[in-house]
Design a protein around this ligand. Structure first.
Ligand code: ADP
Length: 586
């Protein structure tokens, strides 16, 4: 890589690096903006939860007096029963002589499939034993065996005796036998309504109540919130409560207030939580803040959570729509990305344009310096000739020689003045363009005049003219048009061998002036440059590189244009277009 190219690369990288850095910064800022917004949403959610917790707690506290004023629901306070001793053990202790009978009943029931026989033995044993607990349990066994044997009537009898005589004896399922017997009677289709009422009125300890209510629900008998209450009560039994203090316990269906009342634990449901009004206010608040609010439900992803009522309630809040934020971020990123690409493209375009402009400037500077040395040489040649011919004229000699010298002197002076003209034209071009006085004239006659006044730089040079017979009125500067014709013919004379041809014709609203020659032509690589100021082709023919630049300037000043078509060794055709006056263009 040469030094110039390396410098260009360094410059390009130096110019584009800030754009790239800017791009990365912009994209990075989108990501950090998203993080900031997330953090803001978190803070907002935390603040919201503080408010929500306060509101819900105040709501709960506000409803306590009403809850406490309710008639106290039945609160079983009996201590939980102990596991009853093994039946065989009790019989052995109370009547060791009867133990073999009990064993026989077992054998009949479990080994011989004679449940009816087993029932009879159990009933007989019950009658022979004094202790009410053991008697009750023997009766329960008799009832069980009777049911197994399909003797429902006997079973009913045993159950009714149990209810009447041994209701509080504990069976194996922890339930008092009175309750267990009623459940069996219900399943045998006995007086359903009365039995259920009796069951629900039984004062039971929480554990037994839970067993009973679960059994009732299994029989599709509704028990309201009794199970929930019993469970809450059972949970509350493990709390250390002080008088006047309220604890909250969350059941499966709602929130329960737990407090002491005259030394006994009382549990009461508080529903709904929070009240309709508070819930609405909180929802509204969350919506305005762009948050989702969840009470006792699964917390949304990334949400913050808080406890209310001593942990009995859990609330959560989070960004309402994180996907929206993400979508916003990606669309922002796309916009920033697009802008960065545009910025890049603009910078690259600017860089390319300035590099091209710099190249053009450098070429112009080189052409200018070539022009100056060329012109000084060109000026020197006719001046030397003029001085020589003037000397010759001032010395006496034959008249025809003097005449010849005078003619040559005149020709050199004309050449000199031509050159001076070009330099002046150039000066005018440099100053920002010559000014032309456009007036309506017949273009054809102006071209005729130009052809008439054209002085060919060489002998035996004739121009073939083909032109439309009708006048071609156009707004033109006659001297400018003449200069176009002269410059193009000058070149034809300089660069072509044969005679050139001038064609002037109308083409719609334009006049077309063509100057064709059959000379050396112009190389394809030179074609785009021939109209540039100071541009000179490779030929050794003297020149300034201004002729065609002036032609183009004049054509454009007339609202027209000039172009060239040429191929090496096939001559060149210069085509000038000048707009015609509107009236004549039809
Ligand atoms: P100059 O003739 O003084 O060099 P011009 O601006 O008139 O400057 O022409 C620029 C270049 O275009 C010439 O140097 C020459 O190479 C090329 N050129 C112009 N006219 C012709 C032509 N008729 N045939 C071949 N080359 C031409």
């Amino acid at each position: 890589m040469d030094r110039g190219r390396r410098r260009t690369w360094i410059l390009a990288v130096a110019a584009l690096a800030p754009a790239a850095a800017l791009g990365f910064l912009a994209l990075g800022s989108v990501r950090s903006e998203e993080n900031i917004r997330r953090a803001e949403a978190d803070d907002q959610a935390r603040e919201f939860l503080r408010v929500a917790a306060r509101e819900i707690q105040a709501d709960l506290d506000g409803r306590l007096p009403e809850v406490k004023a309710r008639p106290a629901a039945l609160s079983p306070s009996a201590p939980e029963p102990e596991e009853p001793p093994d039946l065989a053990e009790s019989v052995r202790r109370e009547r060791p002589d009867l133990i073999s009978l009990l064993q026989r009943a077992h054998a009949l029931e479990f080994s011989h499939g004679d449940s009816k026989g087993a029932a009879a033995i159990h009933a007989e044993l019950a009658n022979s034993i004094e202790s009410t607990t053991t008697r009750g349990r023997l009766l329960a066994s008799a009832a069980r065996c009777a049911r197994k044997a399909g003797a429902d009537a006997d079973a009913v009898k045993f159950y009714e005796t149990l209810i009447a005589e041994h209701p509080d004896v504990r069976g194996e399922s922890l339930l008092p036998l009175g309750a267990a017997a009623r459940l069996q009677l219900i399943s045998l289709g006995r007086d359903h309504g009365k039995l259920v009422r009796e069951l629900l009125d039984l004062p039971l300890d929480p554990a037994s109540e839970i067993v009973l209510l679960t059994r009732l629900e299994a029989l599709a008998i509704p028990t309201g919130d009794r199970i929930e209450r019993a469970r809450v009560l059972r949970a509350a039994a493990s709390l250390v409560l002080r008088e006047g203090e309220v604890r909250w316990i969350r059941g499966t269906r709602g929130l329960w207030a737990v407090f002491l009342e005259r030394g006994a634990i009382r549990v009461e449901p508080v529903e709904p939580v929070p009240s309709h009004l508070v819930a609405r206010r909180l929802d509204e608040l969350a919506r305005v803040g762009g948050l989702t609010f969840v009470l006792n439900g699964p917390a949304p992803e990334g949400a913050v959570e808080a406890d209310v009522a001593g942990g009995a309630l859990r609330i959560a809040a989070g960004l309402a729509d994180p996907a929206k934020l993400e979508a916003l971020t990606s669309s922002r990123r796309a916009i920033f990305g697009g802008l960065v690409v545009l910025l890049f493209a603009a910078m690259v375009a600017g860089l390319v344009a300035s590099l091209k402009a710099a190249q053009r400037e450098m070429r112009l500077a080189r052409l200018k310096s070539e022009f100056i040395s060329g012109v000084s040489h060109e000026l020197r040649t006719p001046l030397t000739s003029i001085r020589i011919f003037a000397d010759l004229l001032s010395t006496p000699g034959p008249a025809e020689k003097r005449e010849e010298h005078a003619t040559l002197l005149k020709r050199e002076a004309e050449r000199l003045s031509g050159l001076v003209e070009r330099v002046l034209d150039f000066a005018r071009l440099e100053k920002g363009g010559a000014t032309y006085r456009l007036e309506e004239r017949d273009l054809a006659s102006v071209v005729d005049e130009a052809l008439r006044t054209f002085r060919a730089p060489k002998e035996g040079f004739t121009v073939k003219v083909t032109r439309a017979p009708e006048p071609l009125p156009a707004r033109i500067d006659a001297l400018g048009v003449e200069q176009i014709v002269h410059n193009l013919l000058d070149n034809a004379a300089k660069y072509a061998t044969g005679d050139p041809e001038v064609v002037l014709r109308r083409d719609g609203a334009k006049a077309i002036l063509e100057v064709k020659d059959r000379g050396q032509g112009i190389a394809t690589a030179d074609l785009p440059h021939v109209f540039e100021t100071f541009y000179r082709g490779p030929s050794a023919t003297p020149g300034t590189g201004l002729g065609l630049a002036i032609v183009r300037q004049i054509a454009e000043a007339h609202g027209g244009s000039v172009r060239v078509a040429s191929a090496p060794a096939e001559g060149a055709t210069f085509t000038v277009e000048i707009p015609l006056c509107r009236a004549s263009s039809s």
